[in-house]
Design a binder for this molecule. Structure first.
Ligand code: GLN
Length: 227
């Protein structure tokens, strides 16, 4: 399986994402610069964390217009797995690939620590490696992670089991404690916590690895045939 890590000016978790795929998952991965226009060579698209374009206007609001974005939108439409972490989640929201928006954290402070998450749905290609309701520890690092959506959207997200991860503690004021959501088709996940920072026991935490192994297992089940 071949992954693309999109690099925007100001991305700063691209190398962590690359490492997670290459060294922890053991799959092929390449950086794709934001000025590129095709993702045809890739089976999955990863939008990493960081401060694309300096977070000017709003996080992700400028990156959303990058030349690569039509290809990201096409990949999502074609059913390829698209994962946005932190700033990547913000870009997916700005691009309209996921519903809702991010506000500044409720206490207006950047939060950088490991938090407790609940796996609200393990019925997705990104979370099937977890147990339903499993409590995991994953690092967060953001200033704009206060997820907001209207009541109708929240009702729909809840009814269609699109809320994948919830904070199990107060983190940023996020509506309904939402930490990660998937689109209605189930192939685009945005999450504020950083699973790519938690893929190595040597570094103290490998509870994020299941996000990547879930993607790989799902892809193999639908693409690798034995005769
Ligand atoms: N780690 C990150 O991706 C930072 C996210 C974002 N730019 C924020 O501070 O909200």
């Amino acid at each position: 399986m071949k992954f693309a890590v999109i690099v925007f000016p100001g991305s700063n978790c691209d190398a962590d994402m690359f490492h997670a795929i290459k060294d922890s998952l053991g799959e092929e991965v390449e950086y794709v610069f934001h000025t590129e226009t095709s993702l045809d060579d890739y089976d999955a698209v990863l939008l990493p964390g960081g401060f694309s374009h300096g977070d000017y206007l709003r996080s992700g609001a400028i990156a959303r217009f990058a030349p690569i974005m039509p290809a990201v939108i096409a990949a999502a439409r074609d059913g390829k797995p698209v994962l946005g972490v932190c700033n990547g989640f913000q870009v997916l929201l700005e691009a309209g690939l996921l519903p809702g928006a991010m506000k500044r954290n409720i206490d207006l402070k950047f939060v950088c620590r490991t938090v407790e998450l609940v796996v609200e749905s393990n019925q997705t290609m990104f979370s099937s490696g977890y147990a339903q309701g499993e409590v995991i520890q994953i690092p967060v690092a953001h200033g704009e992670g206060n997820y907001e959506c209207d009541d109708e959207t929240l009702k729909e997200l809840t009814a269609k089991q699109q809320i994948v991860f919830r904070y199990n503690e107060h983190v940023n004021g996020s509506k309904n404690q939402i930490a990660g959501i998937v689109n209605a088709q189930g192939n685009v996940l945005g999450m504020m916590p950083h699973p790519e920072r938690a893929v190595d026991a040597l570094l103290g935490n490998e509870q994020g690895l299941a996000v990547f192994t879930s993607i790989l297992r799902n892809w193999r089940e639908s693409h690798v045939t034995t005769s």
